[in-house]
Design a protein around this ligand. Structure first.
Ligand code: PLP
Length: 382
């Protein structure tokens, strides 16, 4: 089976993990800050907090900006459920801003309209989570301008977008957001098996997230209620979690970081090949902006007629091609349907979903495999 996405593990990766296994620290050792620094340096952010998943990173990001019961978090319906669940963990209410049918990212126009209505009703969001779908950057500058106007926080879900750039700068530099979150699940651009990382330029948010990552415990005298009682002393000053990444994972991530640019190049080469191979087929190929550089995490095509989606999908699957669908609109999930406002229809996301198929896209996909995908897609469409 040719999967839709997969990791690339080299001998150097294995050696890096083995070195940690032979060292004194399997967790809470020096490899975590080394990995955090490598990501910060790459994306141009001041602080990086590595955790055990992007879901955990989104959760502590929401907590650190004070999201709680009675607050609203808005995100895109065209995402993985984690982008919305982080708000639910904090007791907040969730609503969705429909996508732009061209970019498949949260529509800035619809966000603008929804904010104007929410302002009148007194239901403005505390947090907006734009998702760089498939690795294609959202219009962050416009979203950030709205954040200043309506006073909400911006947490970028960049789970698909490490290595992408917007306005000539890497996604993750938080030039137009409070916090950016990356995922290192094996299907993503680089992997730590499970793992995630939050970047920010705000010292207070960074300190709060690193405290929440480990039970809300501090060893910083400045954050304690009274003077330290000795070298052993720490205080739990709020309820946090054990969301720590291990040094084994950080070693893998650090080793993978050295190939990030190469991976993005390989994905762009494959996208160009797909454009050439599929150009004449009756499908809509993914949007690619001329002003940003996508990380190309996914390659979601759309059949022109939604009745074709299932037979095409089934044909590809039975031909050994592990296509997938990204995403079932989150607001239509049974556990969300009754929690979101009735007026939230997100028709663009629903229409896109009915036509979407994600073709295989990962750095080590071979030309022969890609040719087979194109061939079988053509067979399925005729
Ligand atoms: C993968 C993914 C997540 C969750 O990442 P984990 O590391 O598996 O927790 C969140 N948001 C989006 C958009 C994702 O694709």
């Amino acid at each position: 089976m040719i999967p839709y996405g997969r990791q690339d593990i080299t001998e150097a990766d294995i050696e890096a993990v083995v070195q940690v296994l032979r060292s004194d620290f399997l967790t809470q050792g020096p490899t975590i800050p080394a990995f955090e620094n490598a990501v910060c340096k790459y994306v141009g952010a001041k602080h990086g907090i590595a955790v055990n998943s992007a879901t955990s990173a989104l959760h502590i990001a929401c907590m650190s900006v004070g999201l709680g019961p009675g607050d609203w978090l808005w995100t895109s319906p065209n995402t993985f459920v984690a982008s919305a669940n982080c708000g639910r963990y904090c007791g907040a209410d969730i609503d969705f801003v429909d996508i732009d049918p061209l970019t498949l990212n949260m529509s800035v126009e619809l966000l603008k309209d929804k904010l104007a209505i929410a302002e009148k009703r007194g239901t403005l969001p505390k947090v907006v989570v734009p998702v760089h779908f498939a690795g294609e950057p959202c219009e962050m500058e416009a979203i950030w301008a709205l954040a200043k106007k309506y006073n909400f926080r911006v947490i970028e879900d960049a789970s698909h977008a490490i290595g992408a750039s917007y306005a000539g700068k890497p996604i993750g530099n938080c030039a137009f957001s409070d916090i950016t979150v990356f995922s290192f699940h094996p299907v993503k651009i680089i992997t730590t098996a499970e793992g995630g990382l939050a970047t920010t330029n705000c010292e207070q948010l960074a300190a709060r997230m690193s405290r929440l990552r480990t039970h809300g415990i501090t060893r910083d005298p400045a954050s304690m209620t009274h003077a330290s009682e000795g070298g052993w002393y720490y205080q739990q000053v709020e309820l946090g979690y054990n969301y720590r990444m291990t040094d084994l994972q950080a070693a893998l991530g650090l080793s993978q970081m050295s190939r990030l640019n190469q991976y993005i190049e390989m994905r762009h080469r494959l996208a160009q090949r797909y454009e050439h191979l599929l150009g004449r087929l009756p499908v809509k190929l993914p949007f690619r902006s001329s002003s940003s550089r996508s990380a190309l995490h996914l390659y979601p095509i759309q059949v022109l007629d939604q009745v074709k989606r299932k037979p095409v999908f089934d044909h590809l699957r039975t031909s050994g091609i592990g296509v997938n669908v990204h995403y079932i609109p989150v607001h239509t999930q049974p556990d969300f349907r009754l929690r979101v406002p009735k007026e939230t229809q997100c028709a663009n996301a629903v229409e896109y979903y009915q036509k979407a198929i994600s073709l295989p896209m990962y750095a080590t996909l071979s030309d022969i495999e890609q040719d087979k995908v194109a061939r079988e897609l053509e067979v399925a469409l005729v």
